[in-house]
Design a protein around this ligand. Structure first.
Ligand code: COA
Ligand code: ZN
Length: 311
């Protein structure tokens, strides 16, 4: 049976946009429910400036409260060496560094041009990881579309990615549709170009948002191009506070049921994921999206709904 990996990013991309502070214990309970659903890789949150993203001010407490997550790779986003050192001190060695492919979004997100972020990454790696032991995911924000500049030039994005890849082998690049406005032909073409060009020098995942309803179409496009790893957020939470107009991530539930119905294994227990979705949907200030949660379970799994259960 074909397999894909769904990486749950709700605790990071999902929570960062919620204005009301989510209590630490609730964050931990949500992460534990997601672990129970079977995710093997998850973005737990970010060690960013608490002034930039107040929701992440309690990351140290979240990581300490979770304790060891057996069999699960917990990743955290860091914007600079300060964040990377905080993560390492907390015991996390799976880091995400976001660089936006458009200067305007990079300035909005981390207050500097893209080139300066590439230099920051180089300096950060030299400082914190001279032995190249850490796992690094590079979140390529606005790979396809920027909230300020519109559709991105494929050649320019590819050239920027090459410059980042030249820093070291072994990065995982997350091709990110930050605004949820990418079109499937663009996603398919660019994903294929990356896979063909990089070979074993890097790995790739697709990180989509569902702003315009193209989320699953883009997942299919990336999968057809050969991508095997996809980011999703429970209950379709999410959005970037620095990308106006962008809404939630593609709901993990939608991806899981979509792949299962195509005969592709994700390793995720849909019933437990739907349970975790209840926690996500009950958070004050959370805006949820996605489709799977509204569909009767039997139909989700590809069967008819028994007459006695039909509404
Ligand atoms: N963790 C905690 N505090 C941090 C920090 C981190 N990773 N990085 C910086 N800070 C603190 C500094 O110590 C400084 O504190 P002070 O005012 O008490 O002296 C303050 O934040 C400002 O630091 P500075 O280096 O001047 O950063 P900045 O104001 O230019 O902001 C970033 C740059 C990158 C730190 C900030 O924009 C940020 O954290 N952005 C995160 C964006 C994000 O998460 N986007 C969503 C995900 S894509
Ligand atoms: Zn995102």
């Amino acid at each position: 049976m074909d397999k894909v990996e769904i990486v749950e990013v709700g605790p990071r991309d999902g929570l960062q946009i919620i204005p009301q502070f989510v209590p630490t214990a609730t964050k931990i309970a949500m992460i534990r429910a997601l672990v129970a659903a079977g995710f093997k890789r998850m973005e737990l949150g970010s060690f960013v400036s608490p002034k930039a993203v107040p929701q992440m001010a309690d990351m140290d407490e979240v990581v300490a409260g979770l304790g060891p997550l057996l069999g699960v790779r917990g990743m955290v986003l860091v914007p600079n060496s300060i964040g990377a050192k905080r993560a390492i001190a907390a015991g996390i060695t799976d880091l995400i560094f976001v660089i936006s492919m458009s200067d305007s979004h990079n300035r909005s997100n981390v207050r500097r041009p893209t080139d300066a972020s590439i230099e920051d990454l180089r300096a950060m790696l030299a400082e914190i990881d001279p032995d190249k032991r850490l796992k690094l995911r590079i979140g390529l924000a606005t790979t396809f579309h920027c909230p300020f500049e519109g559709v991105m030039d494929e050649g320019k994005v590819f050239a920027t990615m090459e410059r980042i890849a030249a820093l070291r082998d072994g990065f995982e690049f997350s091709l990110s549709d930050t605004t949820g406005m990418a079109m499937p032909d663009h996603v398919k073409r660019f994903s294929k170009r990356c896979l063909d060009a990089f070979g074993s020098r890097a790995t790739f995942c697709f990180h989509g948002h569902d702003t315009a309803g193209y989320g699953i179409a883009n997942v299919l496009a990336a999968w057809e191009a050969g991508i095997k790893s996809f980011d999703g957020a429970v209950a379709g939470l999410g959005g970037c506070p620095f990308a106006p107009g962008a809404t939630g991530n593609i709901a993990s539930e939608d991806m899981v049921t979509f792949f299962h119905r195509m005969g592709v294994d994700t390793g995720i227990d849909i019933d437990r994921l739907l349970e975790a979705g209840k926690i996500a949907a009950s958070l004050p200030g959370a805006v949820t999206s996605g489709h799977a949660r509204a569909i009767p379970r039997q139909r989700l799994m590809g069967d008819g709904v028994p007459l006695k259960d039909a509404a």
